[in-house]
Design a protein around this ligand. Structure first.
Ligand code: FAD
Length: 398
């Protein structure tokens, strides 16, 4: 992947200035660099181009007739996994950090793009190019806020790096793929995570204050496969809040508009995806999209145990009921929510069916959001795979 043409530089936008994608900007960082020149083509919210980029990266676009590819994108392998010795303080068991450390220490790459926290605030993301295992480890755990990962692009070019690993979520990776042949790299590895319902830092504060018993001391949270949000606090204690007890009315405006119009939940353009949504409770979920992804996974085979994915239950009735419940911003009394959570955890969707439940729920919600707020964008912005998924459900007429 060498520089095909001299990269045309343009003046980056100042932070906080209005971005070309306006309200839909996910602050991926591209506009903070001289690569802003490419934004109209590259921005995930200005130019939806999954087919072209899947073909560029994986050699083909997804097979829409295969249920698994329709939902999870191009892939050659998929499994559940966890580290035999989890990394303390990682989001899950630390598979992402371990892959990055092995790629660096075994000389596959010269640097790793990852996200540390601001010294003043653990949830304010600070993208870096890590060049030591310690710097990668310091980036472990999610910063659950929009992160300008691509603001390091000029630095990559200036520092003359030729082999790079980038860790990122879907919107960042879509823009990166669109400009990857302009960066002058010989080899780019992309390690993605799924991502949904991200927030600005202010939105995160509102979410924590509405949902957690101690917003100031949260060190970690995750929407888990047992239908609870799990919070961990500075003192080591945990709190479980059932999904069905969330204050939907208050939280409806919390998520970033970019995330409410995103259809790249499972990070279609990464070489390797590490999440949890297709795994059973306690397990991570790995999607190997291509040979580059397999090469990365091979680096950690001695550090992980794996088992095949499973799929149990039927999500469809729950998704259909959830569409109107969300639309009407229904919030259940906490005791009902807890009871529902227990019942659904026992009989509800598991493994890949849980992942489909989550994808269906988010895609139908997001489809309605785009239709209502950006009707002119609807047809071009929603990819064919998402249209097919949404078409399985009855949506409100307006
Ligand atoms: C904002 C966000 C939302 C997510 N939502 C889902 C989801 O809905 N379903 C699902 O299955 N998985 C989701 N994930 C992925 C999941 O939470 C774990 O990150 C993943 O399973 C890896 O766990 P780990 O222990 O291996 O990661 P760790 O070893 O702890 O490493 C985490 C990595 O995430 C990177 N990172 C942290 N914050 C950000 C950010 N804001 N943007 C980009 N990169 C970041 C860091 O650089 C670090 O390398 C999400 C991740 C993020 C960052």
């Amino acid at each position: 992947m060498t520089l095909a043409q001299p990269h045309k530089k343009a003046k980056a936008l100042k932070p906080n200035s209005r971005r070309p994608a306006k309200d839909l900007c996910s602050e991926c960082g591209l506009c903070d660099t001289s690569y802003i020149h490419y934004v109209k083509d590259a921005c995930a919210f200005l130019n939806q181009q999954f087919d072209r980029l899947e073909a560029l990266v994986h050699g083909r676009s997804r097979n829409l007739e295969s249920d698994r590819e329709l939902y999870f994108g191009v892939h050659q392998d998929m499994m559940q996994a966890r580290k035999t010795e989890p990394i303390p303080g990682a989001q899950w068991t630390g598979i992402v950090s371990t892959i990055a450390i092995e790629m660096l220490t075994q000389g596959k790459v010269e640097g790793v793009v990852c996200v540390q926290s601001s010294p003043d605030d653990r949830f304010t993301p600070v993208p870096i190019i890590a060049k030591t295992p310690e710097e990668i480890l310091a980036a472990r755990v999610n910063k659950p806020t929009l992160s300008p990962n691509l603001n390091i692009l000029d630095l990559v070019e200036q520092s003359g790096l030729k082999r790079l690993l980038v860790i990122g979520v879907g919107c960042q990776i879509q823009a990166l793929r669109a400009v990857q042949d302009k960066i002058g790299l010989e080899k780019l590895y992309v390690l993605g995570t799924p991502c949904t319902d991200n927030v600005s830092r202010a939105g995160l504060q509102k979410f924590l204050e509405t949902t957690s018993r101690s917003p100031q001391t949260v060190v970690y949270y995750e929407f888990m496969q047992d239908f609870n949000v799990h919070f961990k606090y500075e003192d080591g204690s945990t709190e479980l809040v059932p999904f069905f007890g969330l204050n939907t009315k208050e939280l409806k405006d919390v998520f970033a508009p970019s995330c409410l119009s995103c259809f790249d939940y499972t990070n279609a353009l990464a070489d390797l995806v590490v999440g949890y949504m297709g795994g059973e409770f306690g397990w991570q979920w790995i999607v190997v999209r291509n040979e580059t992804g397999q090469e990365m996974l091979d680096m950690v085979q001695n550090h992980i145990e794996t088992k095949p994915v499973i799929s149990k239950g039927d999500r469809k009735a729950a998704v259909q009921q959830g569409i109107s419940a969300y639309d009407q911003a229904m919030t259940l009394p906490m005791w009902v929510a807890k009871l529902m959570g227990v019942v659904i955890e026992k009989v509800g969707p598991k493994g890949l069916e849980y992942a489909r439940f989550s994808i269906d729920s988010h895609f139908t919600r997001n489809y309605l959001f785009v239709k209502r707020n950006y009707p002119k964008k609807l047809d071009q912005h929603v990819p064919e795979f998402a249209k097919r998924i949404v078409a399985q459900y009855k949506l409100p007429k307006s």
